[in-house]
Ligand binder design. Structure first.
Ligand code: GLV
Length: 320
C-alpha cells in the first residue's frame, strides 16, 4: 500500500506527478491555507505532510496526528515546525537547503540596490506623472560600489551574497555565531569582526541568520543606534530577527538611512508604520521566488518526503 500524504499549499504539477508515483496524494491546489483545525482533520490517517512556512506544525497539531511519520517543509527555514516535538514522536523533518541560495542572494542584492538608488520611491514619483525634467541634485542616492557590506550569518546564502560583492569592489565583513573556515573566508573575501564592530562599520548590513529564540530581535533599538546614520539594513531572512517597531522609529528619526525588507514580524500583517515611510523598500517574502527555484524547492521537498516514507534516509533530514 502506498503511503498517504497531504500537501498544504498549491505546488507544481510535476511535483504532484512525482509524488503520485509513490504516494496517495491529498493536494490543496486551491491554495487556501488550512486553519490548524482543518489541517489536523486533513491529516487524519495520513503518513506524510508536505507543508510551507505558513503552516504551524506544533505539539498541539502533532498530538492530533498520531499516524504522521514525516514532515517535509518547502523552505530552508523551519521555525514553523517544532522539530524537538517531531523527533520525540519519531517524526522525520526535512527542509530544502541549497537550491534557493542564489535566488535568495539575488533578492538581497535587489533590495540593496533598490534602497541605495531609491528605485521604488522614484518609480512611484514617475507613475504619478510628477517628473518635469532632469536636475543635477534630483533623487540623490548612495553608492553600493566600494562601500562596506556587513553580513550577519555566513551560511550558504550569506556566502552567496558575499560572492556577489566582488563585482562591486566592496569591502566585506561578517559576523557569525561561529567563525567560518579560513578557505571560505578567502573564497568570499570576507573578514570576521565582532557583532558591534559590524554594526558600527557597515554601510550595508544584510541579515541572513535563521530565526530562533536566540535571534529574536537580534536587531533592536540598541543595535540600530550603533549603526552609521548612513547605514542601510536589509532583512532577507525571517521576520522577528528585527524588532520592526524599533526599525520604524529609527527610519523615522534618521538613525539609519534606509531599509529593504522581504520579511516581517507577524507577516503578512506588516506594521502599518512601514507604509508611511519613503526610506524603506518592501517586498512580500519573495526571496526564493523564481520559477526555477520554487520548482526545485517543491521537488526537493517531495523527494525528501518520499525517501522518509519509503525507508530511505531523506537527503535533507533536519536533526536536533
Ligand atoms: C524561505 O523563506 C525559506 O526559508 O526557504
Amino acid at each position: 500500500m502506498k503511503p498517504k500524504i497531504t500537501i498544504t499549499r498549491e505546488v507544481f504539477d510535476d511535483t504532484i506527478d512525482y509524488l503520485k508515483q509513490h504516494c496517495e496524494v491529498d493536494a490543496n491546489q486551491a491554495d487556501q491555507a488550512y486553519s490548524p483545525e482543518a489541517l489536523a482533520a486533513r491529516l487524519a490517517g495520513q503518513d506524510g505532510l508536505m507543508c510551507a512556512l505558513t503552516d504551524k506544525v506544533d505539539s498541539t497539531l502533532l498530538a492530533r496526528c498520531p499516524t504522521l511519520k514525516a514532515v517535509a517543509n518547502i523552505a530552508v527555514g523551519y521555525n514553523n515546525i517544532d522539530v524537538p516535538a517531531c523527533t520525540a514522536r519519531g517524526i522525520q523533518v526535512t527542509n530544502t537547503p541549497g537550491v534557493l541560495d542564489d535566488s535568495t542572494a539575488d533578492l538581497a542584492w535587489a533590495l540593496m540596490l533598490a534602497t541605495a538608488r531609491r528605485v521604488t520611491e522614484v518609480e512611484a514619483y514617475i507613475r504619478k506623472g510628477e517628473w518635469t525634467g532632469w536636475k543635477l541634485k534630483q533623487w540623490l542616492g548612495v553608492d553600493v560600489h566600494h562601500a562596506t557590506l556587513g553580513i550577519i550569518g555566513m551560511g550558504r546564502i550569506g556566502q552567496a551574497i558575499a560572492r556577489r560583492a566582488f563585482g562591486f569592489d566592496m569591502k566585506v565583513i561578517y559576523y557569525n555565531r561561529k567563525r567560518v573556515a579560513a578557505d571560505i573566508e578567502q573564497r568570499v573575501n570576507a573578514r570576521y569582526v565582532n557583532f558591534d564592530e559590524l554594526l558600527a562599520q557597515s554601510d550595508f548590513i544584510v541579515l541572513q541568520v535563521p530565526y530562533s529564540s536566540a535571534t529574536h530581535h537580534l536587531i533592536g533599538a540598541r543595535e540600530l543606534a550603533k549603526m552609521k546614520p548612513s547605514a542601510v539594513l536589509i532583512n532577507s531572512t525571517r521576520g522577528g530577527v528585527v524588532d520592526d517597531a524599533a526599525l520604524i522609529t529609527a527610519l523615522k528619526a534618521g538613525t539609519i538611512r534606509a531599509a529593504g525588507l522581504d520579511v516581517y514580524e507577524n507577516e503578512p500583517k506588516l506594521n502599518p508604520g512601514f507604509l508611511a515611510l519613503n526610506n524603506v523598500v518592501l517586498v512580500p517574502h519573495i526571496g526564493s521566488s523564481t520559477e526555477a527555484t520554487r520548482r526545485a524547492m517543491a521537488m526537493t521537498a517531495a523527494k525528501n518526503l518520499v525517501a522518509a516514507l519509503t525507508g530511505a534516509v531523506p537527503p535533507n533530514l533536519v536533526r536536533v
